[in-house]
Design a binder for this molecule. Structure first.
Ligand SMILES: *[C@@H]1O[C@H](CO)[C@@H](O)[C@H](O)[C@H]1NC(C)=O
Length: 161
């Protein structure tokens, strides 16, 4: 009985473990309305309840007015969970009125039906002007240093009356 049960588990896990492989070639252009050089980093993710999966390599660059990106990657899927990949682009950029201030913007690009051997080739134009949330960890790193610098500076240049 025990042996049979173990075999049964093994057998069913083999049945469920049918993997699909879907390829993505996602490219496009980011628009920035500020008259400045901005930097960006684009990563393709699959949204997941537990832990979002990073798909492919990061595309990074520098632009003025606009900048291009291109990502290639693939996703595997095992088990009968759902019939779609929910994909989004995570864009970290400096297109705002600050200098070297990074914002994180998640742009949802849609549901892609899971089909083995399918290749999705898509292009997106995304306006990232002031888009997304500020990256708090970066601010924390910069502020104490600035405060220290200002203290020292005012101490020597502007003596108290
Ligand atoms: C991008 O958004 C900004 C701010 O909302 C806007 O001023 C600008 O015209 C937009 N640019 C494009 C190319 O859509």
């Amino acid at each position: 009985m025990g042996k049979f049960f173990v075999f049964f588990l093994f057998w069913t896990s083999c049945l469920i473990h049918v993997e699909t492989l879907t390829k993505f070639r996602i490219g496009g252009e980011l628009a920035c309305a500020y008259n400045k050089d901005f930097q960006y980093e684009v990563t393709l993710y699959e949204w997941d309840v537990l832990d979002d999966d990073k798909i492919g390599l990061v595309s990074s660059g520098r632009g003025h007015g606009s900048g291009e990106f291109h990502i290639e990657g693939q996703d595997t899927h095992d088990g009968p969970r759902n019939n779609y990949f929910d994909m989004y682009l995570q864009i970290i950029h400096t297109c705002n009125s600050y200098e070297n201030f990074r914002q994180k913007y998640n742009a949802f690009i849609g549901h892609f039906p899971i089909k083995h051997g399918e290749e999705y080739i898509k292009n997106y134009n995304i306006n990232v002007t002031n888009a997304g949330s500020y990256m708090a960890s970066k601010r924390k790193l910069i502020n104490p240093a600035l405060a220290k610098f200002n203290d020292e500076w005012s101490g020597s240049e502007f003596p108290l009356k």
